[in-house]
Design a protein around this ligand. Structure first.
Ligand code: ATP
Ligand code: MG
Length: 503
């Protein structure tokens, strides 16, 4: 894989993207779980504080009642009640009493001003910081001092540490003494849950990362394989191979591209085939008169000196064949000219006058055939276009009409206006065109079998040239014909050529 290939770039991007995505999801998940655990620890601490409060007030009542039952009164009774309570407290918070937390009791006697530690359940309960206790006494309500501002995410990469939660409960004891009970909760259970969740979370995260990168690579591989097909096709076209087809299945963008490229390749192939055919046909047509000329040159060499009759015949034949070649060359030139984007003039001309000129020209050429020529005898019918080119097309049609009509037949040229177009019809009473030939007569070098056998001497280039001129003039041409009865070619031309000529 090349380091700057699309596949490599997508791989880098995929890794960065997946790392960011999976990392942020893992981080967020851990944060919310840790936050939940911290809340749970806090509510556990407050629950412990409530239970502690209740237990102490119950024990205080019991101690007072017991002191009273011993017959003590006044200060003695209060004193005894405090003593009994102090004796009771350790049992209350250790054996079968309030559990889960650590407890420390501080008492301030009436005579004293200091809160003194009188009992603690374990070392964790003893906190040096006294401000929380003083606040609780001042506010006369339980106060929490907890793990403020602790960074919950630190536990993500090391052991979880949610800190310790403390609630200070103010106590009003017998004999006017006041005290504070510190309830300390160490959230080891919650930290344990976080610790056990960390490893699976990382494993799932890494797996998600791997899957994301793999998926992107698979998708990329699929897209690139489609692109690869396009590249192979382009290379084949470049190497001149035009029979390749790209896979077009699917409704995605690459399939659209493949369809466009296939259409392009088809167009190129058709053009290349047409060119090959044209060159082959043209050289074949040129080869025939050349072979004829060479044959007659050989005859001239062999017998030309002795046999004057033979010499004359050979010269006449060479003359005929060379004329044929000259005509073919001029037709080919005309064909190439009509293929190119030659500028079409756009001048006003009279189609009736042009038609009459064309007919007159044909009449002199086909004088021997004794044909009847009928042209438009109305006044001018004006239209815009290239006068010479349209006359060339008409001449081709009239020439065909004369050529393929037996002696004493009729060749007629009619014009009429139809909306914003001019319609010209060239009709003859000739041999007609077989129906099977009709679709092909506008192809280059196509000649129907009937006309080949008639030795009319054409090349099959007239109609393609005429059609090209008409198409490029924004017009249309079509044919109706009946064998042995006659043919009509119809041309429809726009009266005003607004559009540019087609190529
Ligand atoms: N008026 C027509 N009557 C009968 N057949 C026709 C007529 N016009 C054209 N064709 C047929 O169509 C074929 C193609 O005509 P096209 O003008 O292209 O070639 P061509 O006349 O044979 O040779 P070229 O015009 O190159 O000298 C002709 O060979 C002929 O078979
Ligand atoms: Mg012709």
């Amino acid at each position: 894989m090349r380091p700057l290939s699309i596949r490599a770039r997508v791989l880098y991007l995929a890794i960065v993207f997946a790392l960011l995505l999976v990392g942020s999801v893992t981080l967020a998940t851990y944060f919310f779980v840790a936050d939940g655990m911290a809340h749970s620890a806090q509510s556990t601490t407050w629950r412990l504080a409530r239970t502690t409060s209740l237990a102490i007030s119950k024990a205080t009542t019991t101690a007072k009642l017991q002191a009273a039952s011993e017959g003590l009164v006044g200060e003695d009774r209060e004193h005894e009640a405090l003593r009994l309570l102090m004796r009771e407290i350790p049992d209350l918070f250790t054996v079968g009493g309030v559990e889960d937390g650590s407890f420390a009791l501080y008492v301030r006697e009436v005579t004293d001003n200091e809160l003194r530690l009188v009992w603690f359940s374990d070392d964790r309960a003893v906190l040096d910081e006294a401000s929380g206790r003083n606040d609780a006494l001042l506010d006369r309500q339980p106060t929490q001092t907890g793990p403020e501002g602790r960074d919950l995410l630190t536990g993500m990469f090391s052991r979880a540490d949610l800190g310790s939660y403390v609630v200070h409960i103010p106590l009003y004891l017998p004999n006017g003494a006041v005290g504070v009970m510190d309830v300390v909760y160490l959230p080891t259970r919650e930290e344990g849950i976080l610790d056990s969740a960390r490893q699976p979370m990382f494993i799932v995260g890494a797996f998600a990362l791997l899957v994301a990168v793999l998926m992107l690579q698979i998708i990329m591989g699929w897209v690139l394989s489609l692109v690869d097909d396009v590249r192979t096709a382009a290379e084949s076209v470049d190497a001149g191979q035009l029979d390749v087809r790209l896979p077009e299945e699917g409704e995605h963008e690459i399939a659209d591209l493949a369809r466009s490229l296939n259409a392009l390749i088809d167009r190129l192939r058709r053009r290349a085939e047409a060119q090959t055919r044209f060159v082959a046909d043209a050289s074949h047509e040129l080869a025939t008169p050349v072979a004829g000329i060479r044959g007659y040159v050989n005859i001239l060499r062999a017998w030309g000196a002795e046999d004057p009759e033979m010499r004359e015949e050979a010269i006449a034949a060479i003359d005929r064949e060379s004329r044929r070649m000259a005509r073919l060359c001029s037709d080919l030139l005309s064909m190439i000219r009509s293929d190119g984007v030659l500028d079409f003039r756009n001048a006003r001309y009279d189609i009736n006058a042009a038609s009459r000129e064309v007919l007159a020209g044909a009449a002199t050429r086909y004088i021997d055939k004794n044909l009847e020529f009928v042209g438009p005898d109305e006044g001018p019918l004006w239209l815009y276009g290239d006068h010479d080119r349209i006359e060339e097309a008409l001449a081709i049609l009239v020439d065909n009409a004369c050529k393929y009509t037996p002696d004493a037949g009729r060749v007629q040229l009619k014009t009429r206006r139809h909306r914003d177009r001019v319609v010209v019809e060239v009709t003859d009473t000739g041999i007609g065109i077989p129906e099977s030939d009709l679709p092909s007569i506008f192809e280059r070098f196509y000649r129907s079998d009937a006309s080949r056998s008639k030795e009319t001497g054409g090349f099959g280039l007239g109609l393609p040239i005429a059609k090209h001129i008409i198409d490029a003039s924004g017009g249309m041409i079509w044919v109706r014909s009946k064998v042995a009865s006659g043919t009509t070619f119809t041309i429809s031309l726009p009266r005003n050529r607004a559009k540019e000529p087609k190529e």
